[in-house]
Design a protein around this ligand. Structure first.
Ligand code: GLN
Ligand code: ZN
Length: 763
């Protein structure tokens, strides 16, 4: 009999319980015990739900109060001294590392946060130094295993594998020469100790994630796997059986690594890379199990049972069902919790979708269909599924002929600005007349409680559109006056009308659908509600002109228009799978092109089109797919932004990743702002020396409540000036300020502007 398995379940709770309680804890409104109790309840509900759904192999240790990668760093004592010196509880150490801490005498910045592969989840980068001493700190995986056991659920604990843990980390700034993989021999004994303890606690199996196996790996990394496997083999009698899992891509180029891996089960993502199956089959040894990731952990479309069954049946010709596990492709962390929480979607559209809770059923139904193909119940469910899939294929709401026609009309001219940057710059300088070290922000200002309350009232209909717009105007005015007061040069309207930078536009674009409750964790307590692209995309009305025009009407300074770029809209939505991503990006580009032109017509002279997700969309491996992506992604941005005159200044913004300047060069924006405050490696800035257009290097971390002083800004700018020219230097934060509060924002920005003024005098 095949078994059913889940690689991880969302931990935010069906009603965002985790967010509410962690934020209350940070504000000192609830105690740590109360917070811990909320976590316990969420875990319990998740385990019981999975059990009731009939899942055979249920994960534990997939829960986290902040980030599961940060948890495992802390578990192995990968805690830079500046945090361990604080002598906080383990949970508070986690929070200090994740978000920084500034309290009484304490002042530590947060660790760097980066994208988890090509997903919209962010992890806190494990940060190692020469004197990292691996040992077990606390016993989270064991405690959670025992907690589930007490509820009658024997789980399969999930751990990030040791090679991925090192590979995904970075050396701390006091140890920049550290070769991370050289730490493996010291880490492995502690890793084995953990596995041994799990076995003693009663764990029969453990899931070890080694997702880096879908990346391009050099021979050193591959060799690290043999070291790891030797350690597993040597400990085989004292550790649980292992499922080694990979996801988000193909392992084929690293296949030799997996040959004779001493593990009971190998898991692969056949949603993302179905074509790897034949190669994968060659490495599954005679007694090994194959875990077939066939229910999508990254998207929300209903599983097509017929296609899945056909795929699994082909595998079964080679491997008997006893050695088959039917699973989610990856953790379900990346999908919303429960479709049943949606009450506003039409029945037709709702029937296209499947969220984490529904995916549990998909996994069990598929397993039943494999184990008992004649089972009446299973057949009934298959029939229902076939009906849904057919209805989607025949649905009218997915196609818009006008959009398709316009898509075909895109040519090179539409994707090219009228003149090259140097010429544009001259015209722009005449219009803007900016000083050296121009200061600006990335767009959003604090989203206060008041803003949220009023937005909710408007959504619920308890205030009218006029009342809401008046409120928004007052917010805009407050933000404008503040920026004038502290002397910023290029202003923003502050985005008070936006719930989220993609959702806000998604809600105004035909073809997009959105949920009331489809939250997905982005990082820490930040969740997003990705809209869903169901059909061809078009813009019935201008989306941002009213607010930008109002902001510009009340100030003499330049106000930047603020839009979310085509790639970011695509990446932060659940995309269609019935047409390719390039077409979806170009449809979005056309929508934005109209918006950019409308802004220009309305007198907005500077327009920022954010593309923070550009990097995360990059295919994980080098090669054709990657170079094609870079081409169409840049083209989509240029289609969106090239319909304006030379004098209109196009800005763009990127964050959350190590950017390659050549990638952003192809966008040909006049000014880009990038996240920089946590880039300690001096090599990184050097890469940007040859970038031709202007750059704002983000000078402070907006994910942290910490406030940098004027001196700190001066020191930072001074350092950058060693390798970056003053003439191209914009001064700005790392990203938007929506998650900060006003007190922090006021002081941080004032200090930043003062630092810029200081350098103006110097130069
Ligand atoms: N303009 C957006 C803001 O300031 C950009 C956010 C982002 O890059 N994530 O909020
Ligand atoms: Zn950003």
């Amino acid at each position: 009999m095949a078994k059913s398995a889940v690689l991880g379940f969302p931990r935010i709770g069906p009603n965002r319980e985790l967010k509410k309680s962690t934020e209350s804890y940070w504000k000192g409104k609830i105690t740590q015990d109360e917070l811990v109790a909320v976590g316990k309840q969420i875990r319990k509900d998740n385990w019981l739900l999975q059990k009731q759904s009939g899942i055979d192999i249920i994960p534990s240790n997939d829960f986290s109060f902040y980030d599961h990668i940060l948890d495992i760093s802390v578990l192995f004592n990968v805690i830079p001294k500046r945090y361990s010196d604080l002598k906080l509880s383990t949970l508070d150490t986690v929070f200090a590392m994740g978000r920084g801490l500034q309290r009484d005498e304490i002042d530590v910045t947060a660790l760097e946060m980066v994208k988890w592969f090509d997903s919209n989840y962010h992890y806190v980068r494990p940060t190692f130094s020469h004197d990292t001493q691996f040992k077990l700190v606390g016993s989270k995986p064991i405690d959670e295993f025992l907690e589930a056991k007490e509820l009658g659920v024997i789980t399969r604990p999930v751990l990030l594998g040791p090679v991925s843990l090192l590979f995904l980390g970075k050396p701390d700034n006091d140890s920049l020469d550290l070769d991370l993989l050289s730490l493996l021999p010291k880490l492995l004994p502690v890793y084995v100790e953990l596995l041994t303890q799990l076995k003693k606690a009663g764990a029969e199996q453990v899931q070890i994630d080694e997702p880096i196996l879908v990346l391009d790996l050099d021979s050193k990394v591959k060799a690290a796997y043999s070291t790891f496997f030797k350690a597993l083999e040597a400990a085989s009698t004292t550790i649980p059986s292992i499922t080694l899992s990979t996801y988000f891509g193909t392992v084929v180029p690293n296949l030799e690594v997996l040959k004779s891996a001493p593990v009971e089960t190998l898991h692969f993502d056949f949603i993302r890379a179905p074509e790897q199956i034949n190669d994968v089959l060659t490495v599954i040894s005679a007694n090994q199990k194959l875990s077939i990731g066939i229910v999508d952990g990254r998207n929300i479309w209903k599983n097509d049972f017929e296609t899945s069954i056909e795929f699994i049946n082909n595998v079964i010709q080679k491997i008997p069902t006893e050695r088959i596990v039917i699973a989610t492709s990856s953790s379900l962390l990346h999908t919303p919790v429960d479709l049943n929480n949606e009450t506003k979607l039409s029945d037709e559209v709702k029937d296209f979708f499947s969220f984490a809770t529904q995916k549990l059923n998909e996994v069990t139904i598929l397993t039943n269909l494999i184990n008992n193909p004649k089972d009446v119940d299973a057949i009934k469910q298959l029939e229902v599924n076939i009906k849904s899939i057919t209805a989607k294929k025949n649905s009218k709401i997915t196609t818009n002929e006008t959009v398709q026609k316009r898509l075909k009309s895109i040519d090179d001219k539409m994707a090219t600005r009228a003149s090259p940057f140097v010429e544009r710059l001259k015209e722009q300088q005449k219009v803007f007349n900016l000083p050296l070290f121009p200061t600006t922000t990335i767009g959003s200002f604090p989203q206060t409680k008041d803003i949220r309350i009023n937005r909710n009232k408007f959504v619920k209909g308890t205030i009218t559109k006029e009342e809401y717009e008046t409120f928004i105007n007052e917010e805009i005015e407050r933000v404008i006056r503040f920026q004038e007061e502290i002397g910023l040069d290029v202003l923003v309207h502050g985005e008070p009308e936006r719930n989220d930078m993609v959702q806000y536009f998604g809600e105004q674009i035909d073809g997009y659908y959105f949920t009331q409750n489809g939250w997905v964790q982005s990082y820490g307590s930040r969740y997003v509600r990705p809209p869903i692209i169901v059909g061809d995309l078009s813009r019935p009305n201008p989306m941002s002109v009213r607010e930008s025009v109002y902001a510009q009407s009340i100030t003499k300074k330049t106000v930047k228009g603020m839009l979310t770029g085509p790639i970011t809209c695509l990446r932060w939505s659940f995309p269609r799978v019935d047409i390719n991503q390039e077409s979806q990006a170009l449809q979005l580009a056309l929508v934005l092109r109209d918006e950019v032109q409308d802004l220009e017509k309305a007198g907005i002279k500077c327009i920022q089109v954010d593309e923070p997700a550009l990097r995360e969309g990059l295919p994980l491996r080098e090669g054709k797919e990657r170079s094609e992506y870079l081409d169409w992604a840049a083209k989509a941005f240029r289609v969106a932004t090239s319909g304006v005159t030379n004098a209109t200044q196009i800005h763009s913004h990127f964050c959350y990743s190590d950017l390659d300047p050549t990638h952003i060069k192809a966008l040909d924006a006049d000014v880009v702002s990038i996240e920089f405050s946590k880039k300690d490696d001096p090599k990184y800035i050097k890469e940007f020396q040859t970038y031709p257009n202007h750059i704002g290097l983000g000078l402070f971390d907006i994910h942290s409540p910490r406030v940098p002083s004027k001196e700190e800004f001066i020191a930072k700018i001074d350092k950058i000036l060693e390798s970056y020219p003053a003439e191209k230097f914009w001064v700005n934060p790392d990203c938007g300020l929506k998650t900060r509060d006003w007190d922090e924002t006021r002081v941080s920005l004032t200090n930043m502007v003062e630092a810029a003024k200081y350098f103006r005098e110097e130069y």
